[in-house]
Design a protein around this ligand. Structure first.
Ligand SMILES: *[C@@H]1O[C@H](CO)[C@@H](O)[C@H](O)[C@H]1NC(C)=O
Ligand SMILES: *[C@@H]1O[C@H](CO)[C@@H](O)[C@H](O)[C@H]1NC(C)=O
Ligand SMILES: *[C@@H]1O[C@H](CO)[C@@H](O)[C@H](O)[C@H]1NC(C)=O
Ligand SMILES: *[C@@H]1O[C@H](CO)[C@@H](O)[C@H](O)[C@H]1NC(C)=O
Ligand SMILES: *[C@@H]1O[C@H](CO)[C@@H](O)[C@H](O)[C@H]1NC(C)=O
Ligand SMILES: *[C@@H]1O[C@H](CO)[C@@H](O)[C@H](O)[C@H]1NC(C)=O
Length: 399
């Protein structure tokens, strides 16, 4: 036995001696509960951001018996040790509509000053909606909130956009699924938009240089085919080639791609404000499999020298989809992970640990009695995932 092997062996012995429930700060771990959803409630559509000092903030939508559980808001959790331990620090609450913060949260830290708001301010959004006629009417509203005290308290900043009553039928006019990004000294708010009579649904954005007033609606993905419903914008920066990737789901009537009705598509552009002119591409694995619904995307410099690694997640599978060829449509791979499938999982690459991939999950979209309702996460080595560490364990479970 070579010396290095001996050291590895004793390290392995040490690792297995350590209690599995007590990983070290900023270490790797498989499936850890962040928040146990109260009875009748489930965590749905989680989102996260890493602050400049490495603190993680996670928030989540909730579903089920949420108003009775006093949960018509987005709970916010903080971790200072890379996701090993968590505490709830606040709730993001609707302060203006009387409708609650219903679903689809977004959260980000300001990396630049924008208008009167300073770098380090935390911004959050979400969809506040009402099905029923209330004193305030019915509709969907994407509102912006800010926290100047590290997510302890929140102030209403502005309304970005207003749509009709929540209704996913083509011809109705709601808005959905905000995604916030600071870019070029402005805030960009991306969302799904059913208000344009030329499109069942399209993806669009608006920008603001003061967080109060918002520019015109600019298309990011609008298809000539009326019944196409591109939805659920998430964006990442491919730093090595300075390009931007947008991922979205693309249901088109009853059509399917390899059995997926909400196949995941993407576009790569030089500017995150100019996706509409970029080529739309599908993610297809081995010409036989298409990821389905609510995608998320992150980029890591780990992997290929020129391209790093693009990592995408979907709603229906525990796997992630990786691309180390700068998004080449023929170069997607599928790799298993230990984090179960969930509706609108989120991904994160740690700034100081670019090989550490966090997968943040909650409940599935079609929830059955006995399914996991809790907010949870895994942190895995991206290199090991791509090498297939989990591929052989038979967790290739497509639900
Ligand atoms: C989720 O949390 C509940 C408590 O609300 C707990 O009883 C249950 O075991 C948890 N489920 C999983 C899969 O961890
Ligand atoms: C909702 O939650 C409340 C409080 O926990 C409970 O009393 C009620 O029975 C629940 N309703 C449903 C429909 O589950
Ligand atoms: C958040 O809201 C829940 C439900 O109303 C409440 O129990 C909890 O105390 C709140 N937490 C904070 C930090 O405000
Ligand atoms: C509000 O609308 C929902 C969905 O249409 C319906 O199920 C519910 O009964 C309505 N609630 C009230 C108080 O009218
Ligand atoms: C949803 O929108 C469609 C298309 O406009 C409309 O026909 C239907 O009545 C709406 N449903 C509800 C519950 O408002
Ligand atoms: C989908 O299929 C159903 C049932 O066959 C049909 O009624 C409906 O019009 C179809 N919808 C679209 C958008 O093609």
């Amino acid at each position: 036995m070579r010396g290095a092997d001996k050291i590895l062996l004793s390290l392995a012995a040490l690792a297995s001696a350590a209690p599995a429930h007590d990983p070290k700060p900023f270490s790797l771990f498989e499936y850890k509960t962040i928040w146990q959803a109260p009875p009748g409630v489930r965590a749905f559509y989680p989102r996260l951001t890493e602050l400049k000092d490495g603190t993680l903030l996670v928030t989540t939508g909730t579903s089920g018996n949420r108003s009775l559980a006093g949960l018509s808001s987005f709970p916010v959790f903080e971790s200072k040790d890379g996701g090993v331990s968590w505490k709830q620090v606040s709730n993001i609450t609707d302060q203006v509509n009387g409708w609650g913060m219903t679903a689809q949260p977004a959260i980000t830290e300001m990396t630049q000053d924008v208008g009167p708001y300073k770098k380090g301010t935390i911004l959050a959004s979400g969809n506040s909606w009402s099905f029923n006629e209330t004193a305030e009417g019915v509709g969907t509203k994407i509102d912006l909130y800010a926290s100047r005290d590290r997510a302890r308290t929140w102030e209403f900043v502005s309304n970005v956009a207003v749509g009709g009553r929540p209704n996913t039928t083509n011809g109705a006019d709601p808005i959905w699924e905000p995604y916030l990004m600071i870019y070029d000294n402005q805030l960009v708010c991306y969302y799904s938009d059913q208000r344009d009579p030329d499109h069942g649904q399209k993806l669009a954005h608006q920008t603001s240089k003061d967080l109060k007033t918002w520019g015109p609606v600019v298309d990011d993905a609008a298809y000539d085919l009326y019944i196409a419903r591109p939805g659920m914008t998430v964006i990442a920066h491919i730093e090595t080639i300075n390009k931007w990737i947008l991922v979205y789901e693309l249901p088109i009537g009853n059509s399917s791609s390899y059995g997926s009705n909400y196949p995941v598509h993407y576009r790569i552009a030089d500017s995150p404000l100019e996706f509409q002119s970029a080529e739309p591409l599908p993610i297809v694995i081995n010409k036989e499999f298409a990821p389905n619904a609510s995608p998320y995307v992150v980029w890591s410099p780990v992997g290929s020298k020129k391209c790093g690694t693009i990592v995408v997640s979907d709603a229906d599978n525990s796997q992630v989809y990786t691309n180390q060829a700068c998004g080449d449509v023929d170069k997607w791979e599928m790799h298993a992970t230990p984090q179960p499938a969930a509706y609108s999982r989120a991904l994160h690459i740690f700034k100081k640990h670019p090989d550490h991939l966090m997968i943040l999950g909650g409940s599935t979209f079609d929830f059955d009695e006995g399914d996991d309702p809790n907010l949870s996460a895994s942190v895995v080595s991206l290199t090991e995932v791509v090498k297939g560490k989990y591929d052989k364990k038979g967790c290739d479970s497509r639900r």
